[in-house]
Write a protein that binds this ligand. Structure first.
Ligand code: COA
Ligand code: MG
Length: 292
């Protein structure tokens, strides 16, 4: 059975380049669940150190309200994460993202660095949340060991662009070339009680395309989607929130189920279609999301 996840619900997660204080400052006004201060691919190689200082400064001085604040590190093999964590942890981001996660060792290495930072700061071990990006062929092959590597892991983020590069696929808007991996990530997340966040939609002028891709991700079971531009977050939030009609239908279905249980029927007809336990479980999930 998939493990139920009752952690903080995130629908939209917006990347912003860690070396742009201007962009980070604007985030405090937007309808976004999570801001991602990026130190990895959104930052040029020769600005990595500057970005680290800017991110620390942003965490220290800006009020993000209820928005979750995550820092995306570089991969542990670059040797950068020890300094990235050292510079930023004291300003208490909610957590960190480790990119291009390939195996359990990658996760354990970051986990150890976070634990050391927690001990240094005198905060509870496990306080910093962790998220892993799955965006290489190896990461997809090792999903199970990654998902179970550390209890501080809260979610998996699917990265389609890097994955396509890694496997030699050509990206298309239909995204069939990454469908296997996209589906594997959301399945592994459900199996191990993690949240799953869908790939970025790079054409930030195409609102209709973003909405279509977001709805499909939700159909697959994704709980949210990463964004690259502020004009994407409201569309994503809407797509990942149940509509009033969906909530109403789910409530009616659950009510009908409870009546049928009393009458002793497992399967029954609801609005012309057969309903049994799996549909009731799905309806309860809709209702759970509705109260978040
Ligand atoms: N975070 C915060 N602010 C952003 C933003 C983001 N991700 N993307 C755009 N903005 C701001 C811009 O600074 C601009 O502000 P202004 O009106 O005060 O000048 C406003 O929103 C409108 O932006 P726009 O002119 O439409 O886009 P742009 O040309 O400035 O930026 C990108 C386009 C793609 C460079 C930008 O959206 C971006 O940096 N995205 C994130 C990239 C990233 O982090 N990639 C790595 C993860 S995949
Ligand atoms: Mg990437």
């Amino acid at each position: 059975m998939a493990v139920q996840n009752t952690r903080f619900a995130r629908r939209s997660l917006l990347f912003m380049p860690g070396d742009s204080m201007k962009k980070i400052q604007k985030a405090s006004n937007w309808e976004v669940d999570t801001v991602i201060l990026d130190l990895e691919d959104g930052v040029a190689q020769n600005r990595k150190v500057e970005a680290r200082t800017t991110v620390a400064e942003a965490l220290r001085t800006l009020d993000f309200g209820a928005r979750e604040r995550l820092v995306r590190l570089n991969h542990v093999n670059t040797g950068l994460p020890p300094d990235e964590i050292e510079t930023t942890a004291g300003w208490r981001p909610d957590g960190y993202i480790t990119p291009k996660a390939e195996d359990e060792a990658d996760l354990r290495a970051v986990d150890r660095l976070l634990e050391m930072a927690e001990q240094r700061l005198g905060v509870e071990v496990g306080a910093f949340r962790l998220f892993a990006m799955i965006e290489t062929a190896r990461g997809v092959m090792n999903l199970k060991e990654i998902a179970r590597a550390t209890p501080r892991l809260e979610g998996l983020i699917f990265g389609a662009e890097d994955l396509a590069g890694d496997i030699g696929a050509v990206r298309t808007s239909a995204a069939w070339e990454v469908f296997y991996a996209r589906s594997a990530v959301v399945t592994a997340a459900a199996a191990y009680g993690l949240q799953a966040f869908d790939m970025v939609f790079t054409d930030f002028h195409d609102a209709v395309g973003l909405e279509t891709e977001s709805r499909f991700a939700r159909q697959l079971g994704y709980t949210g989607k990463t964004c690259i531009h502020p004009n994407q977050t409201a569309i994503v939030n809407r797509a990942f929130s149940p509509t009033p009609e969906e909530i109403d239908r789910a409530q009616r279905l659950v009510n009908a189920f409870e009546e049928q249980q009393v009458a002793g029927a497992g399967a029954f007809t609801f609005e012309g279609k057969m309903v049994d336990m799996p549909m009731v479980v799905a309806a309860r999930k809709v209702l759970a999301r509705a109260v978040l």
